[in-house]
Ligand binder design. Sequence first.
Ligand SMILES: Nc1ncnc2c1ncn2[C@@H]1O[C@H](COP(=O)(O)OP(=O)(O)OP(=O)(O)O)[C@@H](O)[C@H]1O
Ligand SMILES: [Mg+2]
Length: 197
Amino acid sequence: MKTIIISGTPGTGKTSVSKLILKALNAKLITLNELVIKEGLILGYDEIRETSIINKRKILRRIKSLISQYKKDTIKYLIIESHFSDIIPNRYIDYAIVLRCDPDELFKRLEKRGYRKEKIIENVQSEILGNCANYIINKGLKKPVLEIDTSCKKVEDIAKIVVDLIVLRIDSRGYEIGKIDWLEKLYYKNRLKEYFD
Ligand SMILES: Nc1ncnc2c1ncn2[C@@H]1O[C@H](COP(=O)(O)OP(=O)(O)OP(=O)(O)O)[C@@H](O)[C@H]1O
Ligand SMILES: [Mg+2]
């Protein structure tokens, strides 16, 4: 079984894209956020950040058991997606993909979702700083670690890129992680103050 982890700031399209990859690869999909809520794998709730505090130990135990079940069932591909999918131990990962999004586009997507202004800014700041990408980079994986700019791409096209990278093994050089730098882009346009006070 090949396991693909998909990470990225909320709103970059992980769930939308994963659902399409799931169909194309006839894969299993674990949306960590859903699993955590459904099975109560949390330690509590952070009122200020309006987010659940995950119970990493319980999540990993559950993931381990799901993975061994899927292996027994001879499942070919497993997708694990979440903005915290970096918690998955390296030994289970065959591909890591981080979805990225231009800050202005991400702002619009999160606004459409009805997020509060503070929550939108917090997430956009996180994307500008490349937090999810950095967490994945810092794992030091010896497997392909890629990033895809989703800003001007349709969900279908992003899913196709992922499938082509994995199944057709197309040239991944254009997707190697570390090339996207929103911080630099905003800095040179003198626009950083729009997102950071
Ligand atoms: N490539 C895209 N182009 C335009 N809109 C998109 C794209 N990808 C996702 N969206 C829209 O952005 C919103 C967030 O998408 P999605 O729920 O897939 O993100 P996510 O990364 O799974 O977020 P979360 O981490 O909160 O679960 C949805 O309204 C979706 O329709
Ligand atoms: Mg999602």
